[in-house]
Design a protein around this ligand. Structure first.
Ligand SMILES: Nc1ncnc2c1ncn2[C@@H]1O[C@H](COP(=O)(O)OP(=O)(O)OP(=O)(O)O)[C@@H](O)[C@H]1O
Ligand SMILES: [Mg+2]
Length: 211
């Protein structure tokens, strides 16, 4: 997969006020690499990931997937591409709080043709030190536990592009190391985009994209 951002721009309009968050952003992203999108809080990391992940449309510029321009006016097409190619960890996790950890993970399979793989779910929960939480309601988990559930959920999907928005902001050092190790393997065959406030990802990413 190759994703090309050409002069991407994003302006949010609030009444008479407008704020330009992304300005003439250009970059080429390819599979087999991990990209760190870096910038201070409010610089537009999540906004840019939303556009690169086809969740939001730019106000200017183009986005090309494997050389083909994305038509942001076709939500159905965007949805199909997202389902087929992308997996996300959102900054706010976006878990179903009233469902158990297991139910959240199971839902991944309802969206695909893949067969439910109980062993894979159990292995991932074990890897993320969450086995004891499998049947707990997600709302009862700590922030770091929720973040690890979101990460496990993202890994269950056999996507081409993995987008991790601040995936370790709430986890302890030991669990962060586990996440690093998984990401290092993942990026050898897939495209990984990650944002982070600190410098912890600097050394394991192939490219740092500053916003
Ligand atoms: N839907 C929206 N409507 C209006 N303004 C928005 C919207 N989403 C984001 N913004 C503004 O765009 C700017 C960039 O936000 P964004 O969430 O992309 O930053 P960020 O770099 O991810 O920050 P953080 O590190 O805190 O997560 C912020 O000033 C924010 O207020
Ligand atoms: Mg953000």
């Amino acid at each position: 997969m190759i994703i090309q951002a050409l002069d991407l721009g994003k302006v949010y309009q609030k009444g008479k006020n407008s704020i330009e968050v992304i300005k003439e952003f250009n970059h080429v992203f390819e599979s087999g690499k991990m990209y760190l999108l870096k910038g201070a809080s409010g610089k537009g990391k999540t906004t840019l990931l939303s556009i690169l992940g086809l969740l939001d449309k730019p106000t200017s510029g183009k986005l090309l997937l494997n050389g083909k321009e994305i038509d942001f006016t076709k939500p159905g097409v965007l949805c199909d591409i997202r389902k087929a190619e992308y997996s996300f960890v959102f900054q706010d996790y976006a878990l179903f709080e009233n469902l158990s950890v297991y139910e959240n993970l199971r839902l991944v399979y309802e969206d695909t043709d893949e067969k439910l793989d109980e062993k894979r779910i159990d292995d991932l929960l074990q890897k993320m030190n969450l086995s004891h939480r499998k049947y707990h309601r997600t709302a009862e988990l700590s922030g770091g536990e929720k973040q690890r559930v979101a990460f496990a959920r993202a890994l269950l999907k056999d996507a081409e592009v993995f987008i991790f928005d601040e995936p370790i902001s709430n986890v302890d050092e030991g669990n962060a190391q586990i996440i690093f190790d998984i990401m290092k393997v993942l990026k050898t065959t897939r495209m990984v985009m990650v944002t982070c406030h600190t410098s912890v990802f600097d050394n394991i990413c192939d490219e740092i994209v500053c916003l």
